[in-house]
Design a protein around this ligand. Structure first.
Ligand SMILES: Nc1ncnc2c1ncn2[C@@H]1O[C@H](COP(=O)(O)OP(=O)(O)O)[C@@H](O)[C@H]1O
Ligand SMILES: CC(=O)N[C@@H](CCC(=O)OP(=O)(O)O)C(=O)O
Length: 302
């Protein structure tokens, strides 16, 4: 007797295979950061929104932080304003700040909220300004041994998780734009989205911080090497930080601060691969770079 194999058996198999991960992640908070580069492709952004809704229906508590670098660049160019970065951070003049706020909170965040809410009344957009979630101080980077004024760029001084906790308890998915109010001058500041994602993951004591970007992970010997570093302990990353450049500076600094602050693991993954978030959360085949606490810290956290 021949037994015919049902065509959908492979799907049932995949669902079954996800069981250990579903059990492990149940009720856990995960902060997912979507970089602006990863949002340039509409289909990929829609697939990301679907994956985030999936995480929520699978019993996790996802919090989304979005970037928007290329989208801000486009609007600055349209208005004839200059684009300049120092140490991976945008030099933000008052007119540039208006553009940053408008693009992040008025365009990019709205788009993501709409895409996630195709799957139910889940996403609620907010910025770090809302309910004083993020309070900033002016960031003054030291470049070549000197403090450099890069305008309205903030460092996070304080995180108030009240509004986020309320939304999560209500089963919603917060979608957070990286803006913060300053306690010093009351103005709104531009904060790098990786920095915000790391601060929220730490304050929420998230199980994981996942950053989707436009490369396969952290490359050794960038820009000449072609080897993606798969795994680093916090201590190993700390030694590597001074060698990093561009967008990897805030990204890896954020990963380091998150795992040092109690987050279980921080991952930088390839947002150009459809459903990379699901691959990362529900299979052994996660791709990219993972930062884990130092062995002794892992002991203490256990
Ligand atoms: N060692 C490195 N490995 C990978 N990418 C690197 C490295 N150093 C610098 N980069 C740059 O960092 C970029 C990712 O950071 P960023 O542009 O801020 O992305 P996102 O919009 O996802 O935050 C990559 O596209 C690459 O150009
Ligand atoms: C201070 C600073 O650089 N802020 C970033 C905020 C957006 C961001 O971080 O976007 P990505 O994740 O796409 O890079 C900016 O103005 O571009």
């Amino acid at each position: 007797m021949t037994v015919s194999v049902h065509p959908a058996l492979a799907k049932a198999q995949s669902l079954g295979d996800a069981l250990p991960w579903l059990a492990r992640h149940q009720g856990r908070t995960v902060v997912v950061k979507l970089g602006g580069h990863a949002m340039v492709d509409e289909d990929l952004t829609a697939a990301f929104a679907r994956d985030v809704a999936f995480l929520r229906y699978a019993g996790l508590r996802p919090v989304v932080v979005h970037g928007g670098g290329p989208q801000i660049d486009a609007e600055l160019a349209r208005r004839g304003l200059e684009r300049e970065f120092r140490a991976g951070l945008r030099v933000t003049s008052p007119p540039a700040m208006d553009v940053v706020r408008m693009v992040l909170a008025g365009q990019v965040q709205r788009e993501l909220v709409g895409l996630i809410n195709r799957f139910g009344p889940l996403a609620v957009g907010m910025t770090g300004e809302d309910a004083d979630t993020l309070t900033a101080v002016r960031h003054v980077p030291w470049i070549d041994g000197e403090p450099v004024d890069i305008g309205r760029v903030g460092d996070i001084r304080r995180v108030d998780t009240g509004a986020l906790e309320g939304l999560l308890a209500d089963g919603r998915i917060p979608v957070v734009s990286p803006l913060a109010r300053s306690a010093e001058d009351g103005l709104v500041y531009n904060v790098n989205a990786d920095t915000v994602a790391a601060a929220l993951a730490t304050a929420l004591r998230a199980e994981a911080l996942v950053m989707l970007t436009d490369v396969a992970g952290l490359y050794a010997g960038w820009p000449h090497g072609d080897e993606v570093i798969q795994r680093l302990t916090a201590g190993e990353l700390e030694k590597l930080l001074p060698e990093l450049s561009d967008g990897m500076v805030p990204k890896m600094t954020g990963c380091l601060e998150a795992v040092r602050g109690g987050v279980g693991a921080a991952r930088v993954i390839d947002g150009r691969i459809p459903h990379s978030v699901l691959l990362e959360m529900f299979t052994d085949d996660g791709v990219g770079t993972v930062i884990v606490p130092d062995p002794d810290e892992a002991e203490v956290l256990r």
